[in-house]
Design a binder for this molecule. Structure first.
Ligand SMILES: C=C(O[C@@H]1C=C(C(=O)O)C=C[C@H]1O)C(=O)O
Length: 179
């Protein structure tokens, strides 16, 4: 993502204690299932627009991300904007070590407009090591964020999600007013 919201460019403050996050926000950020599915339950059509997909070296990763993943010669980056109907709801950045892209998981480099969650939650080999809760200061105000290290058949990938002002996470009670 070239804008200043890009996780690798904008320092996200990660909370040491999740209780520092309001309960109604934490309910969203701690979602253990697919965020895509949770958004769809708001009655919107979820679409994903890839913004940037490429291989990068470990040096090109932000230090904060490199610390979360094993050494690798290169990492697949996928940056997207996720929309609820026509509203931008989320910026997603996924970092995948090359060693994770084996067997069927090589499909992760060809997702295109298919939401990552549709792939990740389609099988029964997905585990989650942790969810970190965070906040990003931006021109659009303070944005809630989360970072998950996920594993597909024990192979790691790192997913950072920044929730945009129009998303239910930033609306009172997380409700979406359908006009
Ligand atoms: C990971 C999920 O997929 C969503 C879609 C993404 C993508 O297509 O790259 C990234 C972030 C997620 O919010 C999910 O549904 O939980």
């Amino acid at each position: 993502m070239s804008d200043s919201h890009s996780p690798e460019q904008s320092p996200i403050h990660w909370f040491d204690d999740p209780s520092q996050v309001p309960a109604d926000v934490a309910d969203w950020l701690m979602e253990m299932g697919s965020m895509t599915r949770r958004f769809e339950k708001q009655g919107v059509t979820v679409t994903v627009k890839p913004q940037n997909e490429c291989f990068v070296s470990r040096e090109e990763l932000g230090e904060s991300e490199a610390q979360q993943l094993p050494e690798s010669a290169r990492y697949w980056i996928r940056e997207i904007v996720l929309f609820g109907d026509a509203e931008p709801w989320l910026l997603g950045r996924t970092v995948i070590p090359e060693e994770t892209l084996t067997g069927p998981d090589l499909a992760l480099v060809d997702l295109g407009t298919v939401p990552l969650g549709r792939y990740l939650f389609s099988g029964n080999n997905l585990t989650r090591d942790y969810i970190h809760l965070g906040q990003l200061q931006s021109e659009q105000g303070d944005l809630w964020a989360r970072r998950s290290r996920l594993r597909l058949s024990d192979k790691p990938l790192l997913l950072t999600e920044i929730f945009l002002p129009d998303s239910p996470v930033h609306r009172p009670e997380g409700k979406v007013s359908k006009a």
